[in-house]
Write a protein that binds this ligand. Structure first.
Ligand code: ASP
Ligand code: MG
Length: 617
């Protein structure tokens, strides 16, 4: 007998018939001997309808009144589902967020959950009732007992938080797709269902726009080790399990306000190879990394900065024992890459052996742009210059001079209140023993994760390039502080490798991507700060698309990035920027190439299958 939290999304409870079908499914779980808590969304598009009503009355409605209004949607569903359960002979009771004790910050329309006080809920469960809880809503921790909402899509978050607080055996998210797919089936019809995915992979995909799960729900599942499964409401198929490594013990108090950074990590076995002034046309990265992969050299970070004239810089890091070979490959390939291109006659290879990678890691940094800025500020204050930056949803890594490594770690541990841990990758062998997954174990019981689990396309990004910004500690910090102050999250961040001397000052270019809707604000903020930043032009380009591959298995396998680049080259798609993290490779391409890029990459990793995924609108 297990304690299960089941969550049903809006489509799954969109009509009376569907609510009745959900009641049947809930009853089955109870009849099988389980205790069940159900969390529901508002019926169908109810929440959108309520928003529309509000906007007809006020262009800028009060956020408190909005919460009062939107929270009613879920209350309709809980009462109806409870009645439907009673109709089929299943004792049930509906409860609002407040009645369940879902206590949140007093931030209307985007409250984070502070704690859950489920004593009353537990009493009803113990009496054999199904408790049906309104998702998406809570009650403020202040004396006023204000109704709050968690932000659109937030009922996933209610469900997983409740599962964590109740220490439920697992949480099931029922939705209108059969689970997590390798990519968006509207763009790639032969996208396939995944049997499992790690929470780190899911976080990357969710933030890249895979809408199936609210990223905050994944964050809680990861932090508290809640086993999570995404399944279809219409079938009995097993769906996709989202699995997490054993969590560090943490208090349920301040549930969603866990500290931003869990660990400071470092890796001193890193060396950097840079290719300066290579031609900017399709196939260059593919040839370079294809050659590197054919020598079985494993590359860690890769960046390609924005072009300058007709050329690019590409830099990557390898372990020290691979450096000689990697350098030899790079040097040997330069003439072939440049093949008579006059713009590229000055191409050269540079190596740097004395470098280290320092990272901050933690699911708590999601959606908090200030955290990366804080890292850069800390490094600047310690006088540490940043050579390369790589970001993912749950990690920011900076390449610095090896001589600065100790200083950097000490300063970061101090800022984030931590002791350092040596660099460690999450191995799938560390997945919880209770994980219902056995799929990827080979005959010797080693985990063999496929290198790429999902491919995502983000067409809602814009790129900002800051030209010729002085190359000294503190500049990245300043740029990202300015953006964080406007609550703008930055995704890919790239510094050019090429150093240009302008009026006796060494400068580099910095480019990064932001959500398209933040593009103009970001440009204006930086434009205003131009005298202080002492840089050249600040250029905004919204006509870009970002394609990414995500997979925990890529850390152990050489050649994954090369395969992605080769797929793009084969279709004459030019790569405008490259950035990688441990489990993700992202390329910026022109907007018009976006969908094609997604399709050819999905095919290149053989993610396609022959099962047609049914989509319900
Ligand atoms: N009904 C809310 C919304 O549409 C919450 C949810 O469905 O997750 O945003
Ligand atoms: Mg939803």
């Amino acid at each position: 007998m297990a304690l299960i939290v089941q969550k049903y999304g809006g489509t799954s409870v969109g009509t009376v018939e569907r609510i009745q079908a959900v009641a049947q499914r809930v009853k089955q779980a109870v009849d099988a001997g389980n205790s069940v808590v159900v969390v529901v969304s508002a019926m169908g598009k109810t929440t959108d309808g309520l928003v529309k009503l509000a906007v007809e009355i006020s262009a800028n409605p009060d956020r408190r009144e909005m919460d009062m209004l939107l929270s009613t949607g879920e209350q309709v569903t809980i009462a109806l589902l409870s009645m439907a359960l009673q109709e089929v002979g299943q004792p049930a009771l509906s409860m609002t967020g407040a009645q369940v004790g879902i206590v949140t910050e007093a931030e209307h329309s985007r409250a984070r959950i502070l704690r859950i006080e489920p004593d009353r809920l537990k009493r009803h469960l113990a009496q054999g009732k199904v408790v049906v809880v309104a998702g998406f809503q809570g009650i403020s921790s202040t004396n006023e007992l204000e109704i709050t909402t968690l932000g659109r899509g937030g009922s996933d978050t209610s469900a997983v938080a409740l599962a964590a607080a109740l220490r439920a055996d697992y949480c099931e998210i029922y939705t209108d797709v059969p689970g997590i797919l390798t990519t968006d089936p509207r763009l790639v019809p032969d996208a396939q269902l995944l049997a499992e995915i790690t929470s780190d992979e899911m976080l990357e995909l969710a933030s890249l726009g895979a809408k199936v799960l609210h990223p905050r729900a994944v964050e809680i599942a990861r932090n508290f080790g809640v086993p999570l499964v995404v399944r279809s409401s219409w079938t009995d198929e097993p769906g996709t399990w989202v699995v997490s490594p054993p969590p560090k013990p943490r208090s349920l108090d301040g549930l969603e306000l866990t500290r931003a950074v869990d660990a400071v990590e470092f890796d001193t076995d890193q060396a950097k190879v840079s290719l300066l002034r290579v031609p900017d046309h399709p196939g260059v990265a593919a040839r370079l990394f294809g050659e590197i992969a054919s020598q079985a050299l494993n590359v860690d970070l890769i960046i390609q900065s924005i072009h300058e004239g007709n050329t690019n810089d590409i830099a990557f890091t390898v372990t020290h024992d691979s450096l000689r070979q990697a350098e030899a490959v790079a040097s040997a390939i330069i003439p072939a890459l440049c093949g008579g291109d006059p713009a590229a006659t000055e191409a050269e290879v540079m190596v740097e052996q004395q470098i280290a990678k320092v990272s901050i890691a933690g699911a708590g940094m999601i959606g908090r742009p200030g955290v990366a800025a804080q890292m850069f500020t800390t490094l600047a204050a310690a006088g540490v210059n940043i050579q390369m930056i790589s970001t993912s949803e749950v990690k920011v890594s900076c390449v610095v001079m090896a001589a600065d490594c100790d200083k950097a770690i000490a300063a970061l541990c101090n800022t984030f209140n931590l002791t350092s841990s040596p660099y460690q990758e999450m191995r799938t062998s560390e997945l919880p023993a209770s994980s219902p997954i056995g799929h990827f174990k080979d005959a010797t019981h080693h985990s063999v994760l496929p290198p790429v689990r999902g491919v995502a396309l983000d067409r809602k990004q814009a790129r900002i390039a800051i030209r010729a910004i002085p190359d000294r500690p503190g500049m990245a910090a300043r740029v990202f502080q300015l953006l964080a102050a406007k609550n703008i999250s930055v995704d890919m961040i790239i510094q050019s490798q090429r150093c240009r001397v302008v009026n006796d000052v060494a400068t580099r270019d910095i480019a990064f991507t932001v959500a398209q809707m933040d593009g103009e604000t970001a440009r204006l903020v930086l434009e205003e700060a131009r005298p202080e930043l002492n840089c050249d032009d600040i250029v905004l380009n919204a006509a870009i698309a970002k394609v990414s591959i995500v997979g925990s298995g890529m850390v152990q396998q050489p050649g994954v990035a090369a395969r992605m680049f080769a797929a793009l080259a084969h279709h004459q798609i030019n790569i405008e920027m490259i950035a990688t993290s441990e489990i993700k490779v992202s390329c910026v391409v022109s907007e018009t190439d976006g969908v094609k890029a997604l399709q050819v990459i999905h095919a290149a990793f053989e993610l396609s299958g022959d099962r047609q995924i049914q989509m319900f609108a």
